[in-house]
Ligand binder design. Structure first.
Ligand code: PA5
Length: 462
């Protein structure tokens, strides 16, 4: 199980002005938290509540189909190319970066045990797309097009480019190189995939993009590169049952959600820094940033009052960003809550040779890089506490399928609970829609002519 250390948010450690009286707050909020957990549990199967992500750990049928597909295409492709954006990409990137051997795409075929290299296209930068197409042999590439809505301009434009190349290179066989993950009923991609006869996986109803990492959105690429998706399911199930505990003192997601919320509304800590001390967890921060930002950044609360809430998530990486951001965290405005993720046991150990004994760096000799990175995590935490800066430390035993699934699922529940505390809908994203519609108008999509006129007028002013 993950360990959560929130002592450094307590006023006993960082003072009354910046810290919370945790005992008192846990007492005050224990009933509310218990209600929230019960409500989430009750509503999780109610259509439209967007809580089906809470059931993904039990989705044995999907796991079976995904594994069957992975074994069908085994050894057939050298590369897997994932097309998707936002919630359709960030979880996949975070988990594969965490769990595949570092520099996976540079390993030989034997070192990868014949499993494919993996590439994600989650942007529409022409230089980077062209750059990838220059190095990728699409004939030997399985392309997984992932879009829940089935009409996201970024993903669909990539799909159109790649399908065209594949068709020119492979003739009618191009279909075997495409697998689609999309909504069961709606969306243009769903229709096209049917017409083309692609293999299709469905994103279940009531699972929003940023909560979809353990649906077929993530599971298909994970299985294709050989990750153990059964262990992921076990991790989610165990964490889900731990987080059903309605006692805040026993529920780490509830504790963390409450502390984040109270430090924001009471102590002005409206910036939320995610700082893992592990390169393999670097992209977890990108996933978390979207989860936290799109879920909690809202204009209106559930009763229609204008609130404009939401802590701003910030990505950082330990120890690298100690030499970049920590100066600001220690001495700049005291408006941040920093969450550290610490890895208890790395997969490998790296000893520092005992050389340069009689120099200023001699003390490093005979130690390990593992000791050094964790010493740096500890010393940064303590130095932040010295400056009355609140921090939370999450310790993960090791980076494997079971623990990573636990960690991500815990953050999802934490986000859902925080949404209830802010009394906002954590599962919509109205603030993204307007710019999307403007883009459709600019690109001439039928039905958006009115917006195009409005936009032209605005563009001349803004
Ligand atoms: O969390 C979300 O819902 C969004 O970030 C979506 O995942 C993102 O906009 C991509 O949408 P789609 O999967 O429909 O292409």
């Amino acid at each position: 199980m993950l360990k959560l250390n929130c002592r450094n948010t307590d006023s006993e450690i960082i003072g009354q002005e910046h810290g919370l009286n945790l005992e008192e707050e846990f007492n005050i909020y224990s009933e509310k938290i218990s209600d929230i957990i019960n409500v989430l549990k009750q509503k999780k199967d109610v259509a439209g509540e967007k809580l089906q992500w809470m059931n993904l750990g039990y989705n044995e049928e999907t796991v079976w189909y995904v594994k069957e597909f992975a074994s069908m295409v085994e050894n057939r492709f050298e590369n897997l190319l994932v097309l998707g954006i936002g919630g359709s990409a960030l979880g996949g990137i975070a988990v594969t970066e965490a769990l595949l051997k570092p520099y996976w795409n540079f390993l030989t075929k034997d070192q990868r045990k014949n499993l494919p290299r993996i590439f994600f296209l989650d942007n529409i930068d022409p230089d980077s797309i062209n750059g990838l197409l220059d190095i990728l042999d699409l004939k030997k590439t399985l392309v997984n097009v992932i879009t829940k809505s089935g009409d996201t301009a970024e993903t669909m434009s990539q799909y159109m480019i790649i399908k065209d190349i594949l068709k020119n290179e492979l003739g009618d066989d191009y279909r075997k190189n495409i697998v689609v993950t999309t909504d069961k009923k709606m969306g243009i991609l769903r229709q096209l995939a049917d017409q083309e006869g692609y293999k299709i996986f469905y994103v279940p109803d009531d699972v929003g993009g940023r909560f979809s990492v353990f649906s077929s959105v993530g599971l298909v690429p994970f299985a294709l590169v050989g990750l153990d998706i059964d262990q992921m399911m076990n991790g989610i199930k165990d964490m889900a049952s731990a987080l059903e505990n309605t006692d805040i003192r026993q529920n780490i997601a509830a504790q963390s959600a409450l502390i984040n919320y109270l430090l924001d509304i009471k102590k002005g800590k409206n910036m939320s820094v995610m700082m893992p001390y592990s390169n393999r967890l670097k992209y977890l921060s990108d996933w978390y940033t979207q989860l936290w930002a799109e879920s909690l950044g809202k204009a209106y609360n559930r009763i229609g009052e204008k609130v404009n809430v939401g802590p701003t998530p910030i990505k950082a990486l330990g120890a690298t960003d100690q030499h970049s951001q920590v100066q600001l965290y220690n001495e700049g405005p005291n408006n941040k809550l920093i969450t550290f993720i610490r890895v208890a046991e790395f997969d490998t150990t790296l000893e520092i040779p005992p050389i340069f004994e009689y120099t200023g760096i001699g003390y490093l000799g005979g130690k390990t890089i593992n000791d050094l990175i964790n010493a740096e995590a500890d010393s940064t935490r303590v130095s932040l506490a010295d400056h009355n800066r609140p921090t939370i430390t999450i310790t993960i035993d090791k980076i494997d399928e079971y623990n990573i699934a636990q960690l991500l699922y815990m953050f999802e529940v934490q986000t859902a609970i925080a949404g209830e505390l802010y009394n906002i809908n954590a599962f919509d994203q109205p603030g993204v829609e307007q710019a999307k519609n403007y883009t459709y108008a600019l690109m001439g999509r039928a039905g958006y002519e009115g917006s195009a006129e409005e936009l032209k007028e605005k563009m001349s002013r803004v």
